[in-house]
Design a binder for this molecule. Structure first.
Ligand code: F6R
Length: 247
């Protein structure tokens, strides 16, 4: 389904409360929640609300295991632009998650070690029973994770080449496009698809045209997010701006 909220603030509350509800319901029966997480501007408000729920309403992340979608390659974890730094600053440093339960693709590996790392990432998710919930943003190329145009619907975690537009969009964070890595390690479309629930979020007019393609366009690897139309477990959560081109 597609759910449009008047403002990003309301949409963010809805997503954060769904995550919190899932964590609490699993906790009640002594279970763990396996979350797939995203970086970028889009989920920041959700993370802020989760931090607030932790600090003010006792939401605990002790029984939460996380897998991030992606990381630039190569990338040192302590670099300002790494997704490790992003997740620490926006979420992990402010909640009670056990660091050993946090998984983010490793941007420091030698090239010949990447494939084995990716297989292991997939296996870890499977051994835990799969992702309960994956949250996603969407890039202007239509990428989810860093599955750029051309990605196969059954793709797994792997090393990919970033699209030129994606590197332009990241150039501010890196002080120039020439400093943006050309590659990344990302969960695949197939990995994302196996999650029991998927929430794709998009805010503002800036995402309106790619959201129109993703939600209403022909299903094609030219716009990888269109594959989500094939899943019954996807919720598109939009604000009015991002939904403004939908018919
Ligand atoms: C981030 C990721 C990307 C972003 C997308 C949108 O982990 O996988 O697909 O979700 O590039 O980025 P923002 O939210 O910065 O517009």
């Amino acid at each position: 389904p597609v759910n449009v909220y008047p403002t990003q603030k309301e949409a963010v509350k809805h997503v954060a409360h769904r995550i919190a509800g899932l964590i609490r319901s699993k906790q009640e029966v002594g279970g763990q929640t396996v979350l797939g997480l995203a970086t970028g501007v889009t989920p920041i408000g959700v993370y802020q609300e989760l931090v607030r729920l932790h600090k003010e309403e006792g939401l605990s992340f002790k029984n939460v295991i996380t897998f991030n979608l992606d990381e630039y390659y190569p990338m040192q974890p302590d670099a300002a632009q790494s997704y490790v730094t992003f997740m620490n600053e926006n979420l992990f440093n402010h909640i009670d998650i056990d660091q050993s339960k946090v998984h983010i693709p490793n941007g420091t590996l030698d090239k010949d070690a990447v494939a084995a790392f990716c297989m292991d990432y997939e296996r870890k998710i499977e051994d835990l029973g799969g992702l309960d919930l994956q949250i996603l943003g969407i890039g202007r190329t239509g990428h989810i994770g860093f599955n750029e145009p051309g990605s196969a619907p059954n793709s797994g975690t792997r090393l990919v080449t970033l699209d030129d537009l994606t590197r332009s969009d990241a150039s501010r964070d890196f002080g120039g496009k020439e400093n943006v890595p050309t590659k990344a390690i990302t969960m695949g479309i197939g990995t994302i698809f196996k999650a029991r629930e998927i929430i794709l979020m998009a805010w503002s007019q800036r995402k309106a045209s790619i959201i129109k393609k993703a939600v209403e366009g022909e299903i094609s690897s030219d716009v990888p997010a269109t594959y989500l139309q094939l899943s019954d477990n996807v919720e598109f959560v939009l604000d009015a701006g991002a939904a403004s081109d939908l018919t």
